[in-house]
Design a protein around this ligand. Structure first.
Ligand SMILES: Nc1ncnc2c1ncn2[C@@H]1O[C@H](COP(=O)(O)OP(=O)(O)OP(=O)(O)O)[C@@H](O)[C@H]1O
Ligand SMILES: [Mg+2]
Length: 269
């Protein structure tokens, strides 16, 4: 289970999650756990949402409501709240909250059940799936789905190598360091070059596990559902697919040997 979070400056966490999900090399559950409201169904997947293929009524809130009297959550209980992801047939979506007001209905106990359900799905013998979760901004402490972050193998802080984003990421990293062990923390550097990756790793003392190049047109495919028939052939699409493969390989290896987590190095090419 890999989680992405950000500071308050919208560096591209959701875009990066969607791009990684698109290129993910294995069965995947894409969990939209942003307590400020989910953006995946209405962004990257908006064509299918508008076309009626995806509904906002099935996802985090329906699962939390259905399990409100449950003490032990099973993988099967979560499965019924997942939806197909048409542009990525290997993936299923746990759709996010339709509006931020619903976060209070989920609460700490609800996020604990979501974390338990996702962990159970990942641990199904011979049928386990990978989980990629967007947990939104860490800027508002009361709204953070900490149980999901704490259940993750890896928590990546999305940041761009520019002052406004660096400034926004600093308190988020401080909050993460208080609750997540250092070996499970990393950066997802958005809109960057190799120089940006090196700068941020030096500044934060945290390794970059993912870095995606600056490409506004390609990014809009994953943030807003813009049409682009050859997205997989763009630099952005190729780097995202390669990053997804590397991230999966290193995280899977790290489950048995945490010290083997490899940082991203080099320019996104
Ligand atoms: N690598 C990139 N290159 C260029 N533009 C990007 C890149 N990544 C994201 N963007 C753009 O940045 C904007 C914000 O992206 P996104 O919604 O993913 O941010 P976020 O961190 O999830 O924000 P929020 O805190 O609101 O959830 C979008 O317009 C998106 O297209
Ligand atoms: Mg987002």
């Amino acid at each position: 289970m890999i989680v992405l979070v950000s500071g308050k400056s919208a560096p591209g966490a959701t875009t990066t999650v969607a791009a990684l999900a698109h290129g993910w090399p294995a069965p995947l559950v894409l969990a939209d756990c942003d307590p400020h409201g989910g953006d995946l169904a209405t962004g990257w997947l908006s064509t299918w949402w508008l076309g009626g293929w995806l509904g906002l009524g099935v996802g985090v809130l329906s699962f939390v409501t259905a399990t409100r009297h449950t003490t032990t959550v099973t993988a099967d209980q979560l499965t019924g709240h997942l939806q197909a992801v048409p542009p990525a047939p290997h993936a299923r979506l746990l759709a996010g909250l339709a509006d931020p007001g619903q976060a209070s209905a989920v609460g700490e106990a609800g996020w604990r059940r979501v974390a338990a359900g996702l962990s159970a799905l990942a641990a199904v013998p011979r049928g386990g799936v990978d989980v990629l979760a967007d947990c939104g901004r860490l800027s508002d402490g009361a709204e953070v789905p900490w149980p999901v972050l704490e259940a993750a193998d890896l928590v990546l802080l999305a940041v761009r190598p520019v002052p406004r984003h660096i400034h926004a990421a600093q308190p988020a990293l401080t909050a993460l360091r208080q609750r997540i062990p250092g070996e499970r923390l990393g950066l997802a550097v958005c809109g960057t070059s190799a120089l940006g990756v090196r700068q941020l790793q030096g500044l934060f003392g945290v390794p970059a596990r993912v870095s995606l190049p600056e490409d506004a047109e390609a990014a809009r495919v994953f943030s807003d559902g813009a049409a682009h028939r050859k997205i997989a052939r763009t630099l952005f699409g190729r780097v995202a697919a390669r990053s997804a493969q590397r991230l999966r390989a290193t995280t899977t290896t790290a489950r048995s040997a945490p010290s083997t987590l490899a940082a991203v190095n080099g320019t996104p090419r």
